[in-house]
Ligand binder design. Structure first.
Ligand code: ATP
Length: 503
C-alpha cells in the first residue's frame, strides 16, 4: 500500500541506499543514484545472478558489450519503428501521460472497490466467510470483474492494433481524468519512441546519429558468432550480460521501478529450432527457483503468461512480484525464435549460422531469453525486507531483513565501551574479518541503539566486545532476525559468518 511504499522510499534515503539524482538541483525525474549501501546491495544482487547464470553453468558465458552500437542495430531489431508507447497530452495541465498506465490505474481503482466489498462481507459473515465463493457469486463484484476484463481486452486490442483513436475513445468513454488536475481535456494520442538519441563525431555534418541502447540483448545477438567460435560453444549454449539500458519513459513513477536509466541482467540461450517449448519450460522453472532461493516468500511471485505476443516472440511469460503497489513485472522470459539473428543477417549481409556436427547441417538458432531489471530486483528485495516489528516490551523496531548473502554489511563490530582496551580488540577483529567480508565498526551511543541502527541497516550480525573478552577471547554475536546472542570464540567468527552469507 501507499504508506508502506513511502516508508520504503524514505528508508532507502535515510540509510544510504538510494538518492534522487542531482538532488541539490531538485533532482532529475526518474533518475536515481545508488548510495554507499545501495551500491553494495546492487552489486551483491548482480553477483548472485551472475554466479547462478554464468559461474555455475558450464554452457553459459558472460560478455560486456558497449552501450553504443551501430545505429543499424536498432533498425534490425525493430526498435526504430516499433519501440513506442502511446502518449497522451493534457491540454490544460500540459502534462503528458502514458495512455496504458492511465487505463491500468483506472482498473486498479475498480479492483480497490472489489477489495472493499470483500472486506465488508468478511466483517458481516465472520468465520463463515468464504472469499472464493463470494467473489464468484456476488453480483456487484462480478460486475466489477466483467468491467475490468472488458477494459483490459479492449486496451490490449487497441494498443496492439496501434489504433490510437481507439485508445483515445477508451479514455474518453471511461471519463479518465488527469491524475494531478482532474481535468479531462485531452488532446490526441500519439506514438512516442522511447529511445534516447545522441551524436557521435566532432563536426556537425559528419556526426552520426546514435541511440543509447534500450536493452542489453542486442549486444549479445550481434556477438553471437564471435562468442560461439572463440569459445567453441556447442548448442545449446547461452550468453549473459549485465549493463545499463536507457528508455525515455513517458511517465516514470514508482521510484526505481520505472527509471529512464536502469540496469538489466539478460541471458540469451541459443537452441536448435523446434526445441523452444522445452527450453521455455526449463527457463521458467529455473528462474523461479533462483528467485525462491532468496527466501522472499513464494507467495510473492506469480507467472503471467502472455496471450498477446510481441512480433518477435512465440511464447512469453512474466515473473511478477508483489511490490508495495501490487503484483508487477519483475522479469520476462521470452521465446524469441530466430527473429533477431535473422534480422541481423538481413541488415548486415553476414551469415549468423551454426554448423551442427551431429546433424551435419547449418541453421540459424532459436533463442530463449531471460531478462530481469536489476533495479526492480533491488526494489523487490528492499521493500520485502523492510518490517516494523512489535517487541515484547511494547516497543517496536525497524528491521531490514535482507537475505544475508545480499546484505551490504555482513557484520558490525561494537566495543561495549570506548575504554579499557575494548576498541583496540574490536579494531583487530575488523582487520581480520575485512579480508573476507564487508564489515563495519561502530562505537558511538549505547550498545542497544547501535543494535537498532544495524537492524535498520540490514546488517545480519553484530559482534560485541566486552570485558569478558579481555579474559577469554570470546565475544557475543547477535543475530539480526532472532535477536539471539551467543558467546563464541573470536577465532570462530569467520566460519560462523561464512556459513550464513555464502551461497
Ligand atoms: P514494462 O512493461 O514494465 O515497461 P517491459 O515489458 O518493457 O517492462 P522488457 O523490455 O521485457 O520490459 O525488459 C526486461 C526487464 O527490464 C523488465 O522485466 C524490467 O525488470 C526491466 N525494466 C524495463 N524497463 C525498465 C525501466 N524503465 N526501469 C527499470 N527497469 C526496467
Amino acid at each position: 500500500n501507499d504508506d508502506q511504499f513511502k516508508k520504503v522510499i524514505s528508508h532507502a534515503k535515510e540509510y544510504g541506499y538510494v538518492f534522487q539524482s542531482s538532488e541539490i538541483y531538485d533532482g532529475l525525474s526518474a533518475v536515481y543514484d545508488y548510495a554507499q549501501n545501495g551500491a553494495e546491495l546492487k552489486k551483491n544482487i548482480r553477483d548472485y545472478w551472475w554466479k547462478a547464470m554464468v559461474q555455475m553453468n558450464e554452457h553459459i558465458v558472460g560478455i560486456d558489450a558497449a552501450i553504443f552500437m551501430h545505429p543499424t542495430t536498432w533498425k534490425a531489431s525493430g526498435h526504430v519503428d516499433a519501440f513506442n508507447d502511446p502518449l497522451i497530452d493534457n491540454k490544460d495541465s500540459k502534462k503528458r501521460y502514458r495512455a496504458d498506465v492511465l487505463i491500468e490505474d483506472y482498473c486498479a481503482k475498480i479492483e480497490g472497490k472489489i477489495d472493499k466489498e470483500v472486506a465488508k462481507a468478511e466483517k458481516r459473515f465472520g468465520d463463515a466467510f468464504n472469499k472464493e465463493e463470494f467473489v464468484s457469486t456476488n453480483p456487484r463484484v462480478l460486475g466489477y470483474l466483467e468491467k475490468i476484463n472488458e477494459i483490459l481486452s479492449r486496451m490490449g486490442k487497441s494498443l496492439e492494433a496501434e489504433d490510437l483513436a481507439d485508445v483515445k475513445a477508451l479514455i474518453e468513454e471511461l471519463e479518465i481524468a488527469d491524475p494531478l488536475t482532474g481535468s479531462r481535456n485531452w488532446t490526441d494520442v500519439k506514438q512516442f519512441n522511447l529511445m534516447f538519441g545522441t551524436k557521435l563525431g566532432a563536426s556537425a555534418e559528419h556526426a552520426m546519429d546514435l541511440y543509447l541502447r534500450p536493452e542489453t540483448a542486442q549486444g549479445i545477438f550481434v556477438n553471437f558468432l564471435n562468442v560461439q567460435k572463440t569459445g567453441r560453444m556447442k548448442i545449446p549454449f547461452g550468453i549473459a550480460q549485465t549493463g545499463k539500458a536507457f528508455r525515455n519513459e513517458i511517465v516514470a513513477r514508482q521510484f526505481i521501478f520505472r527509471m529512464r536509466e536502469f540496469e538489466q541482467m539478460e541471458m540469451q540461450f541459443f537452441i536448435k529450432p523446434g526445441t523452444q517449448k522445452e527450453w521455455f519450460d526449463y527457463w521458467k522453472e529455473t528462474r523461479m527457483k533462483w528467485h525462491n532461493s532468496l527466501g522472499l516468500g513464494e507467495e510473492n511471485y506469480r507467472f503471467h503468461d502472455h496471450d498477446k505476443l510481441a512480433h518477435y516472440a512465440d511464447a512469453a511469460t512474466d515473473i511478477e512480484f508483489k511490490f508495495p503497489f501490487g503484483f508487477k513485472e519483475l522479469e520476462g522470459i521470452h521465446s524469441r525464435t530466430d527473429f533477431d539473428l535473422k534480422q541481423h543477417e538481413e541488415f548486415s549481409g553476414k551469415k549468423l549460422q551454426y554448423f551442427d556436427h551431429e546433424d551435419n547441417a547449418s541453421y540459424t538458432p532459436y533463442v530463449l531469453e531471460t531478462s530481469i531489471g536489476l533495479d526492480r530486483m533491488f526494489l523487490a528485495v528492499f521493500s520485502n525486507a523492510l518490517v516494523e516489528e512489535a517487541l515484547d516490551n511494547n516497543t517496536t523496531r525497524t528491521v531490514l531483513k535482507l537475505p544475508a548473502v545480499l546484505a551490504p554489511v555482513k557484520a558490525a563490530i561494537l566495543p561495549l565501551v570506548k575504554k579499557d582496551g575494548l576498541p583496540d580488540i574490536a579494531k583487530q577483529i575488523l582487520e581480520d574479518l575485512k579480508w573476507d567480508f564487508n564489515v563495519d565498526y561502530d562505537e558511538k551511543d549505547a550498545v542497544g541503539r547501535r543494535y537498532r541502527r544495524q537492524d535498520a541497516n540490514g546488517t545480519p550480525f553484530c559482534i560485541t566486545v566486552d570485558h569478558d573478552t579481555l579474559e577469554d577471547n570470546t565475544v557475543t554475536i547477535r543475530h539480526r532476525d532472532t535477536m539471539e546472542q551467543k558467546r563464541v570464540k573470536i577465532t570462530d567468527l569467520k566460519d560462523i559468518i561464512k556459513a550464513e552469507v555464502d551461497v
